[in-house]
Write a protein that binds this ligand. Structure first.
Ligand SMILES: CC(C)(COP(=O)(O)OP(=O)(O)OC[C@H]1O[C@@H](n2cnc3c(N)ncnc32)[C@H](O)[C@@H]1OP(=O)(O)O)[C@@H](O)C(=O)NCCC(=O)NCCS
Length: 186
């Protein structure tokens, strides 16, 4: 099994950023933005003051200079009917199409979930089209209504775009009721 490396975005070289953007672009194409624009946005976001101290960590598996697997974790304070909760946001989980079915996606996601297992965050919250992949890793689907109070145009609209929202670990006492994601979906 290839090593799973952990990075703060500011520690990545420009070649590494290019490799990560290329992987993400191959899986979630953004034809409206050039790769160069995406690299610039990545570097600017990494250096933004609000990125400091919020537990942002990227997980990458390399094959030579090519990024073949990726996941991103960071902090989000969501608001439940029982009060605020610090969740570990998980996003951009992907494996290059040439390297799927070898256990890389599961190994990398487990590594990301270890942040919760170690108590860095009480729970992880994320969206997906493939709940079965995460259920095998100990996550479960939740059915709350989600809103985003920071969406000035439509604060009651769901901030998610995928069909399923999940938490890890499954036994976590997740509250019922409306949840304000307090920012856009990820
Ligand atoms: C989903 C994805 C990350 C899986 O990566 P992978 O390295 O091929 O997965 P693994 O080989 O580690 O598979 C682990 C287990 O999950 C299962 N699995 C893999 N992809 C799955 C999927 N899309 N849906 C459900 N189960 C899946 C495998 O069968 C395997 O099961 P097993 O342990 O019983 O053998 C990869 O297919 C991918 O990048 N897809 C495109 C991006 C995406 O959809 N990301 C997730 C959305 S949040």
């Amino acid at each position: 099994m290839s090593a799973i490396r952990e990075y703060q975005d500011t520690d990545l070289s420009s070649e590494q950023v290019r490799a990560i953007v290329s992987l993400l672009n191959a899986i979630w194409p953004r034809p409206e933005k050039t790769v160069e624009d995406q690299i610039e946005a990545f570097v600017n976001a990494a250096q933004a003051p609000e990125r400091e101290g919020i537990g942002h960590l990227r997980f990458i598996i390399w094959e030579g200079t090519q990024a073949i697997a990726h996941a991103r974790t960071f902090e989000r304070i969501a608001h439940t009917t029982a009060g605020p909760i610090r969740v570990m946001a998980l996003s951009g989980v992907c494996v290059a199409s040439t390297h799927r079915g070898q256990g890389l996606g599961a190994a990398m996601t487990r590594k990301a979930f270890e942040r919760v297992d170690r108590g860095v965050f009480p729970v992880s919250l994320f969206q997906t089209l493939d709940p079965a992949f995460y259920e095998k890793l100990g996550a479960r689907v939740v059915h709350n209504r989600f809103v985003n109070s920071k969406n000035e145009k439509d604060p009651d609209a769901s901030p998610w775009h995928d069909a399923h929202v999940m938490i890890y670990p499954a036994p976590y006492p997740w509250s019922d009721g409306v949840i304000d994601l307090n920012g856009p979906g990820y």
